[in-house]
Design a protein around this ligand. Sequence first.
Ligand SMILES: Cc1cc2nc3c(=O)[nH]c(=O)nc-3n(C[C@H](O)[C@H](O)[C@H](O)COP(=O)(O)OP(=O)(O)OC[C@H]3O[C@@H](n4cnc5c(N)ncnc54)[C@H](O)[C@@H]3O)c2cc1C
Ligand code: SF4
Length: 517
Amino acid sequence: MTAGRIFTHEDLTKDLTVECDVCVIGSGAGGAWTAHELVKQGKRVVMLEEGGYHTRREFDMTEARAFTNLYQELGDRGTDDLAITILQGRSVGGGTTVNWCSSFRTPDRIIQTWRDRFGIDTLSTEILTPHWEAIEKRLHVAQWPLEMINANNKVLWDGLGKLGYERSLIRRNVNNCLNLGYCGMGCPVDAKQSMLATILPDAVEKGLDLYANCSARQLEWSGRRVTAVKAEVIDPAKNRFTGVRVTVKPKLTVVSGGAINSPGLLLRSGLDGEGRVGTRTWLHPVVAMLAEFPFEVKAFSGAPQSVSSHHFIDRGPGEVGFFLEVPPLHPLLAATASTGTGALVQDMLGKLPFINSMLAIHVDGLLPEETGATVRLKDGANFKYSITYDFKKAHWDAFRFACKEMAKLQFAAGAKRVASLHLDPVVMEKPEELDKLDAARFEPVRMRVLTAHQMGGCAMGKDPRTSVVDPHLKFHTMDNLFVVDGSVLPTSLGVNPQETIYGIARWAAQGIATALA
Ligand SMILES: Cc1cc2nc3c(=O)[nH]c(=O)nc-3n(C[C@H](O)[C@H](O)[C@H](O)COP(=O)(O)OP(=O)(O)OC[C@H]3O[C@@H](n4cnc5c(N)ncnc54)[C@H](O)[C@@H]3O)c2cc1C
Ligand code: SF4
């Protein structure tokens, strides 16, 4: 087979129609592994990616360039009420180009829950294990050594140790990592084993044609079959359509645009799964605490995430569990995440080298009353969606509990001041002041909630009345349409999602190849 090619808006100056076996829409975690496995089997695969083709040569470690080129809505995606800030990737490699390298297999209890609640009998830890083994080998997934963790992660490690809480070192998908800490801006030395640096080049070498700056706008369909994918070329300087159209005529289509965008494309195409597409979207809602230390923490330097704790992952019936990690803190991200304005933010940025932030990442989708986020089309918007999140009391109770625990950990690690991310931040100078958080308003917009993990919206399940794709990831009412990305997850995970999505995609590709035959 001849090698494939990567096309960008500069190559796409005239309308064009291409035929292929499979059109994969989206080049992130799910799309990359699916395309790779299919080209390996000799299938002709065309991939469309809305974002640009940016490589390490452009990754100059500046946030301004990174947010503009590599994130959905310039890093400013959010829920309609602005209660949740949504960080999500948008370039060749999708979220994997900007993620922080934490690599976890799916917890067994989550796969069991999917089996028990949604009839997903096609997946098990045993079935996914050989896929994870192959993926981990290719992506050099290995535990980050304790002696290499940065001072920001050391705060979490020390705090957990002092309080006697469970703690572990994170496995990272890196090869020859220089410990720079700029993973969120694109790794400048390709040490991060993102899809951009690994599986996509492998796939292109084997014949994948990848069209960057090319947004799938509509799936044309008739009866139970998708007949064409209609895409528009984007001028990245203006983020507007150039007027050039790309039409793909595939035998089979795989939607891998990620949670939020995959439902968006299906809704635009009139494939709403009887109203279910876009519902039950899970965000792993994150609340954070900031702490000032008497020593340098430099949360902007060194491997961003290397320590985690699942001590509070299962808080008992009716409670929302969470896991703990730390984020990197570069100036723009720190300012975006902060809730204050003016002098308060200026003061925090002035002290940035001494600031630690801790994250409590909440496991949503496990309680029967949870409905999560709902994604709907927004009139006149090409790349924005209406996103609403239905917070329950259990979420706010968990957020308050988590903020207290994080403050305890930060004080245990030596913090001299700890602050919440409320509009009126709760500032505490010693552990005895933790009760101040009881009086704080844990409500939408009053406190910052963030997410970097989007899941669901095209949930898999056996019953077409409660799910969008079947347990092989085929759209229930179509014969040649699959969805393979984070959007198929029926609940959130309780671990960072990339490896779950890689594993499911590598597994699903086998079924897709069979469906093609
Ligand atoms: C800042 C940050 C840090 C993170 N850190 C971690 C971490 O440490 N560990 C971890 O496990 N996970 C992490 N994640 C999450 C992880 O990267 C994502 O869960 C994962 O990449 C999602 O995979 P996906 O295939 O669902 O979608 P994505 O990887 O987001 O890929 C979807 C792609 O499809 C493209 N697309 C969307 N719509 C269209 C369309 N209509 N036409 C063409 N293309 C389209 C998008 O532009 C995007 O490139 C992080 C994410 C972020 C943003
Ligand atoms: S920490 Fe490692 S993987 Fe991340 S940007 Fe630096 S060199 Fe790349």
